[in-house]
Design a protein around this ligand. Sequence first.
Ligand code: NAP
Length: 293
Amino acid sequence: MGLLWKLLVASVGIALAVYFYTGQDDFKPEMLNGKRAIVTGASSGIGEQMAYHLARMGSHIVITARTEEKLKKVVSKCLELGAASAQYIAGSMDNMEFAERVVKEAEKVLGGLDFLILNHIGQTYFNYFDGDVGHVRKLLEINLLSYATMTVAALPMLKESGGSIIVVSSMAGKVALPFTVPYTTTKFALDGFFSSLRQEFYFQKTNVSITLCVLSYIDTDTAVNAVGGAIDTPPASKEECALAIIKGGALRQREVYFEYWSTKIPLLLRDWAPDLLDRMSRNVYNLEKIGKH
Ligand SMILES: NC(=O)c1ccc[n+]([C@@H]2O[C@H](COP(=O)([O-])OP(=O)(O)OC[C@H]3O[C@@H](n4cnc5c(N)ncnc54)[C@H](OP(=O)(O)O)[C@@H]3O)[C@@H](O)[C@H]2O)c1
């Protein structure tokens, strides 16, 4: 049993190393040149950084979020960085008519679509579940149903271009972490919706890739302010994270893990040793800091 276990761990290690070190360099920024992309939640954080990377690569970009002033600034910076074109549409993704309208307006200005990058999230809390089921419902609308609505609206264009859907999720959408009950619920649901849809695309021979991005703790203002020292692990760079997402989407990868080892290793434990993983993840939190900010 001891030997079998060692062989299994060694094989998994080798397979991971081969997977990680091959295929990663196939990416070329020119892959995004002239491509048409919608990026949601692009007024700040990872979405904003994705817009800048796409701009440097010469893409046509339509960005969206609620705050018009921030979107205007992101659009100007995208144009300075070399975007083929950049526009914004302001509104809230708790409204499914707005979600659909973003796709329709993007169609008018872009004339088609290559990348649908779904990244926005509604505001929530980092604390024990407060029993407010209404908040869970609201967050499901913003974090899940608007993604589904935009996907349905964009599919005809994506089928025509052989395009890609990039879904920004989280470790909290693969492993049940504490203090984020409403958020975790929505991120698990995203995996169900998009991974099931990917299987159907295979049967239907739909040439549209779906990339689910599993992110660790990233240094955006929202995340750092919400966590407020309650997690010991240092956050990873939002610029690097944004680039990893775009590369994975352009390479039509099934899933992106960022940072790779801090997401992939716990996921290996998840199904084989869930109690161990639960215990390990509980050790990451400073309980005295939960809800103190
Ligand atoms: N940062 C992390 O540690 C981390 C870890 C794992 C996964 N992720 C994932 O990465 C993605 C981006 O996170 P982030 O940290 O970059 O967040 P962020 O900086 O807070 O950005 C969220 C974006 O969503 C927009 N937004 C908020 N409410 C909205 C609404 N009702 N309708 C439309 N847009 C709305 C915000 O702009 P407005 O306020 O202007 O609307 C903003 O542009 C999310 O999917 C998140 O789950 C992040």
